[in-house]
Design a protein around this ligand. Sequence first.
Ligand code: PLP
Length: 392
Amino acid sequence: MSSSDSTTSLKPDTKLAHSGRNPRGFHGFVNPPVVHASTVLYPDVETMVTGGQTYSYARRGNPTTDSLEEALKEMEGAAGAKIANSGLNAVALAILSCVKAGDRILIADTAYGPTRHFADTVLPRTGVAVEYYDPSLGSNIKTLFRDETTAVFTEAPGSLSFEMQDIPAIAAAAHEIGATVLMDNTWASPLYCQPIALGVDLSIQAGTKYIVGHSDAMLGTIAASDRAWEGLHELCGAMGAHVAPDDIFLGLRGLRTLSVRLERHQRNTLEVIDWLKDQDQVAGIRYPALESDPGHEIWKRDFSGASGLFAFDFADGTSKEQNFRFLNALTLFGLGYSWGGFESLAIPVRLKGMRTATPFDEGLQSVRLHIGLEDPEDLIRDLAQAFESAFA
Ligand SMILES: *Cc1c(COP(=O)(O)O)cnc(C)c1O
């Protein structure tokens, strides 16, 4: 018996520490072995032809993959979970698992850019139509439903612009027509938002971000509700989805400390924002945990915490050159896209080509920050000197 069979009723932090582990199955060692494998041997031909043993072929899983998938299943309250080789791969596999030729998928206009790229370039070739929708539509999403609508993709808060979505309202509307609901929940991680409990069928994580948490591996995860699990399991098998055991090991290792890291990311972020909001050069902050944020009520209702990623808008009249000077002047914040590690990062927000259903201000100068595990006083000093040098 796996130790995790008995952990379903435990609190999230306890699940993080115990789920997916089975020390007695591995001579008492705390962690499962990192199984490097392709071939699986059978004791006799009868076992072979009847499929009479747990593992048959390494692509289909081994004790290392089982451990992470089991832990994710428990964390997400899911019927089952699969691992993909990147967050984007998880998005692609999740979508492909629930659509077929002739179907139409609705995708939030604020979805992650490469998700749009997948939807715009691959889905049309499979005969699936794509329509982007205003993320602020709650149950009114039903005004966009047609007979062919079979899936609704959500992401909250939205990539780069951080709008919240009323996931339970969207899920309830979608289920009325039997559509599958997907959510990219990377920002909150399964610790601060539980998509399946909100009505989501396919809960997606860029595990690369907070689960791995150390900027040293790429991983995607998909957890499925009862109605979506069989389709997901089938599709991942048919596609030959497989992740190398060393990367899964890094995901498992990251998962064990997710709670302490996220708590610190959140605390540091609030401290940095508390300083940032009073700066003359800053017009607004996009972070749903702030009471002033338009998505705050939904965040408070559906999420139990906030992570280290947010954006701020420069004051009116700030030029692109000033924005770039600010970014170039930062010394502790690295200029890099893939967030979720222990280090602070910054990028310029560029929405051009990434919004088609909702208007955005093309002239607005914004920066997205990821607040890492450094001392926030040092981060604030770095931001202060970058403002000085950009606006001198
Ligand atoms: C980074 C990210 C992804 C993609 O993850 P990768 O592992 O980099 O492919 C997907 N969704 C969101 C919201 C992300 O931030």
